[in-house]
Design a protein around this ligand. Sequence first.
Ligand code: GDP
Length: 898
Amino acid sequence: MAEVTIRQFADDVKIPIGRLLAQLGDAGLSAKRADDKISETEKRRLLSHMRKVHGKDTDKSVNQSPNKITLKRKVVSELKVPNSQGRAKTVQVEVRKKRTYVKKHREPVNKEPVAQRKVEKEPDRQQRRPEGTPANATEQKARRERNSRDTGRGRRSPKTEAEKQQQPNRGAVRTNRPDSDNKSGASAVRNKNSETTEKSSERTTTVKDSAATQKPRKRYTNDAKRPGEAVRQAPKHRRGVNEKKSGEERPKEGENPARKRRRRRRKKETDTGYSGTKNQTAKRQEEEQKKPKNKQKRAPEKPQHGAFSRPTSPIVREVSLPESLTVMELAQKMSVKSAVLIKTMMKMGTMVTINQRIDQETAAIIVEEMGHTPKLLQENAIESGLIQTGQQIGERVPRAPVVTIMGHVDHGKTSLLDYIRRTKVADGEAGGITQHIGAYHVDTPKGTVSFLDTPGHAAFTAMRARGAKVTDIVVLVVAADDGVMPQTNEAIQHAKAAEVPLLVAINKIDKPEADPERVKQELVAKEVVPEDWGGDTMFVQVSAKTGEGIDELLDSILLQAEVLELTTVAEGTATGVIVESRLDKGRGAVASLLVQSGQLKKGDILLAGKEYGRVRAMLDETGKHIKEAGPSIPVEVLGLSGVPSAGDEAIVVSDERKAREIALFRQGKYREVRLARQQAINLENMFSQFQTGQINTLNIVLKADVDGSVEALREALVKLSNDEVKVKIVASGVGGISESDVNLAVASNAILMGFNVRANVNAKNLIDEEKIDLHYYSVIYEAIDEVKKALSGMLAPEIREEIIGLAEVREVFRSPKFGLVAGCLVIDGLVKRHSPIRVLRDNVVIFEGELDSLRRFKDDALEVKAGIECGIGVKNYSDVKVNDQIEIYEKRTIARTI
Ligand code: GDP
């Protein structure tokens, strides 16, 4: 744009030339006369000057934001609404109110919080507006006047004619108010509703002016009283289309006539002199017109705050169901009252209490019944997931067999193990005392054999009772000079119950009185037949004293292992089984672990049963620190959180957090497992378990005072077996009930029977712990009788049909509601609504089915007794005739006895 004269420029921006010259003077520009030219640079300087001046205004207005108080109020009330079950439900309704009061000088209290918010926004908007595009005439005028005052306060010289005309006879103090009024009027154009906005803006201006004129604050406050009037006084056409108040034309009551004149003059000037900014003003008006609309939109939302909107349709929830939960928990999950849930369950035919545990399946049915979606949760999902990831994938390679040595006391088990360890285990400690970690391995030229160094049946069965199958081969030690003894028998029983192959070591053959043949014969009687006699059990003659036959024994073990084709995955993360564990004073929980697959490394995170932890140290059977152990290698690990049980499975997991979660989960579940087991081996429960097809064999561990009693009882009990139920004497023996017997009973899911014998203290503790069913007898017949009873329960009950009533059809009629109805007289017994029926014609069954309806007069009946008339509708049968008979029967299950 080329240079223009000041006159042209004033014309362009639609302001009086005098005012423009004054502004140029303020901006420090040289052009003084109307015909002087103004360059583009000069125009910019003027613009930046104007912005600067405006910016100051804004700052001040921000600082002068009014004081305000916000009050909050909370009202809580209750609302009763019916829930999905039609029961009244109380809903708490909380209404929160927030009011902001703005304190103003001599102003009425403002109760419009929204308007108040606008107060704070207003200065920003003013600040954002470019100086070169004045918002409206009044505002620009106010600004211009301020400028002129700021610059010419002392000298008064730069006042132009136009200004003088505009502000005649006005002192420094009085200049404030008209400005304020105008400003307020302008704001009123923007938003007639935001009265507070106008007040605020007005005050901002006033404060500034007041500061500029150095007038006392009192004066300001007097002036500030008037802005309220300003809104009313603002010209109607400038207040926008929505403006309805006619305050501007209406002379204000008691208004000074001089002021009125001034106001009119200002209005005139505004209408003419600044009409050039119409476009801007129109835009602003449009904007402002929108705002009240928004406000109007928001307004109705206000009462909705916190209000309760009643759902129009039933809420269908996805209810996640764990494996078991209480009725109360289920009710909470469905967001219904427990009573409603119990009622629903009662309708479904189940009587439950609020704290009763129900299983997942039942819960799912109820959830569906109540219109929600059940989501079945697998509680041990993490566990099974983890164990799956722990499963070894890879090439399976042959592994060393794990051997347990069993046998009667003093037959040489310890001597045999010691001899092997002493002679075969490398780095055996001097004096024959080696690290006792419950297991060790022996390397032979033909392969490695791992021995579980826990002779005795208790340890073996204790592991088996926990579900761990650690042992691959049982070596039964029988002294050649002593033969088969009670504990030899027991060992055979244990091995057979565990279905582990047996290998017999006839020990002490160095002794002159040794008679291996006699041992063989005795063992054959126990169904352990040597290979050379046509059986499948290997017999090896050894001497733990001289070492004779030990190599042969190891060879036989390896041969047996080959037959068993024992393989495992040797790479990857380790899995194993806890052989032994104890709490060491100095080292904490110490667990002996037999690695079964993969490689166990120091630093691995191990999850063993209910315990977990990082493997801090790992020792082998000789007490040496090692860094890793492969399959069939026993190691001692330190660092577990607690003492795991022998037989617990141990796996290496990648995440300690997960390991802890599972360990805690298992700790919680342990009780449940024990409770479940308690039920499984209870003689009284056998019947119900048999009914569900869980058991058809009654396992008994029998102990008696003398061998005669054992044999007599054994025979009598086994004879009770029939085609459906079997009695199996898992183990029998002479003597008190020991821990080993209890373990065997646990492992075999058997009941314990003591005939004239009692359990020892250890066994008693274990019985209590494992909740084993123990029975003492002193009369053989009593024992037999009780088992007989248990078996009677275990026999599949007989289902018998019983006719409970007979009705004769006297009349047949059609009912529009029920179809064909037979008017009957009950001649015998009673008619039940839900019992199956038969229709007889001349004593021949012509239809079998059920009732559709049973009515007494006009009411539904559940049962009708003999001699009473009733209406019977037969389901799916419409051929009932007069004189037909309707037979009502029931199927009854009758327990059978032997
Ligand atoms: P355990 O109770 O089955 O562990 O039997 P031990 O290993 O404690 O042995 C009991 C006794 O039998 C000890 O005094 C041993 O010295 C002895 N003994 C063990 N094996 C032999 C053997 O092969 N020959 C001889 N002569 N004595 C043996």
